[in-house]
Design a protein around this ligand. Structure first.
Ligand code: ADP
Ligand code: MG
Length: 497
């Protein structure tokens, strides 16, 4: 019975059955060493398949191919042709959307329906948005106060980009780096997360099918300390675009400083989600639950601290408990599932440890707090968890847990609220639930956050920049801001005298 319900689709079975290659210089190849590593399904911990394990020598091949492509056909390709290729890739992702969503679901654990509607759909939308940019990258004429001088700027690609990708939105984060980099005219070497290599490798096949010249896109699977570190240290890489943990981001920036490589970092968060006393409580509770439990809490912008006005604490907690009761944990390929497992045993242990620390620091467990057993015991499942009455300086209020754990804090007035909401080393995002316009705008201005969502949470669009303040990083994904980080500005001075 189990087997019938959870059998992979024919398209996914066929992909898993073959010896999957990584994309280097226009071809799908094995690692030079021949080494491969396993990726598993977090819903049961079982091996799905193996993928090439790139080491420094493979990264070297990929970086050289990307460098040659940048100085070859790609570098002189007309903007409209570059845009057409991105559009063609979007079409291919769309044609293979169900397969990609299922691969994302079995590799990462997330519900396949969410992967189709969010990860894959947003990847398509992102590619199409950036497909429009190559024909719109322009410079300026500058009104210098000097006679007979004509001065203008040109935007030029920074060169070869190393993109290092996390495991929470494997395909989408890959496209968030790839699309603007290619639109800007860069070439790219991608290093997917070792926990979730499958959709990036499938994307590599689609890159070939789309007809990109060899070397423009390279996708090398491997481990962070091996392939990732080799990419950061490679002399032909001009820029590192990274999404991941603050600890690794700091190391990357430090290492990249040796070569003065460009770096953009999208790092962790501990984002405040704020409920003002006049908020629509049922909307706010639904939004708050979504903000922390979507993707099992493994979202850098998750609303992991809920700051609730004292006057509405009780109804908010009741409404939150009602939201939690609606959550249906399970295997991502089961259509009824609304919350998948955590991505790995390591992540599961980490979440368990944090809840234990919270308990020891005096947290009241409103609900959850334990791994899920029974049918799901062999996977990395954890109960949706709400902690109350934790001091602001407690570990669970300060550190990113990256799991389905919400900390509820109570506040009394607006100044206190702003001070406490900003009392975090992170500054990625914030939410505000209110019907009061002036408070909404006051908070939007005062919060240390790269994105502020009012009466919504985790809204994204390809047009809209996303990134951090403080230790949440620098540089932006999305929109023109993302494009800019892959381009130099050159000033040209023409003496007409
Ligand atoms: P997490 O701790 O959530 O797994 P990481 O920041 O470790 O997140 O991983 C994000 C990405 O960074 C992954 O692709 C990982 O392989 C890569 N990575 C990890 N360590 C390094 C490193 N020292 N140098 C370069 N990349 C790394
Ligand atoms: Mg996996």
């Amino acid at each position: 019975m189990e087997q019938i319900v959870y059998t992979h689709s024919p398209a996914v079975r066929a992909f898993l059955a073959k010896e999957i290659g990584m994309l280097v210089n226009g071809r799908l190849i094995a690692a030079e060493s021949g080494k491969r590593f396993e990726t598993c399904d977090p819903a049961d911990g079982k091996r799905l398949t193996t993928v090439p394990q790139a080491a420094a020598s493979d990264i070297d091949l990929a970086a050289k191919a990307a460098h040659a492509a940048f100085h070859g056909e790609w570098g002189s390709m007309l903007p409209a042709t570059r845009g057409n290729l991105l559009w063609r890739l979007a079409d291919l992702v769309e044609q293979n959307a169900d397969q990609l969503a299922e691969l994302e679901s079995i590799d990462n654990g997330k519900p396949a329906a969410f992967a189709r509607a969010v990860d894959v759909q947003w990847a398509i939308d992102h590619l199409r948005y950036f497909a429009g940019w190559p024909t719109k990258i322009d410079g300026e004429n500058l009104p210098v106060s000097q006679p007979d001088m004509h001065v203008y700027t040109r935007k030029q690609p920074v060169g070869v980009v190393g993109a290092i990708i996390p495991w929470n939105f494997p395909l989408l984060m890959c496209v968030w780096k790839l699309a603007p980099a290619l639109a800007a005219g860069c070439t790219v070497v991608v290093k997917p997360a070792e926990q979730t290599p499958l959709t990036a490798l499938r994307l590599g096949e689609l890159v070939i099918e789309a007809g990109f010249p060899a070397g423009v896109v390279n996708i090398c699977t491997g481990f962070g300390e091996e392939a990732g570190a080799a990419l950061v240290g490679h002399p032909l890489i001009d820029k590192i675009a990274f999404t991941g943990s603050t600890a690794v981001g700091r190391e990357i920036a430090r290492r990249a400083a040796d070569d003065i490589k460009h770096v953009s970092l999208e790092l962790g968060g501990k984002s405040p989600n704020i409920v003002l006393p006049d908020a629509d409580i049922s909307r706010a509770a639904a939004g708050a639950a979504q903000a922390i439990f979507y993707e099992t809490g493994q979202v850098c912008s998750a609303g992991s601290r809920l700051l609730v006005h004292r006057s509405i604490l009780e109804p908010m907690i009741e409404a939150l408990k009602a939201e939690v009761a609606k959550i249906n944990p399970g295997r991502g390929t089961n259509a009824a599932t609304t919350m998948g497992p955590l991505v790995s045993k390591e992540q599961h242990d980490r979440v368990k440890k944090y809840v234990e620390i919270g308990r020891n620091q005096g947290a009241e467990i409103v609900c959850g707090g334990r791994p899920i057993d029974g049918d799901l015991a062999s996977g990395f499942f954890f109960e949706p968890t709400i902690l109350l009455n934790v001091p602001d300086d407690a570990t669970v209020c300060q550190e990113e847990i990256f799991g389905p754990v919400l900390v509820v804090q109570v506040y009394d007035d607006l100044d206190e609220l702003i001070r406490r909401a900003n009392a975090s080393e992170y500054g990625l995002a914030a939410g505000v639930w209110t019907r009061d316009l002036s408070n909404a705008h006051k908070l939007a201005a005062a919060l240390d956050a790269g994105s502020v969502w009012v009466n919504c949470y985790n809204s994204f669009d390809p047009s809209t920049p996303f990134g951090g303040f403080k230790k949440s990083g620098y540089g932006r994904d999305g929109g023109r801001a993302a494009l800019d980080k892959f381009m130099h500005t050159k000033s040209v001075w023409m003496n007409l005298a």
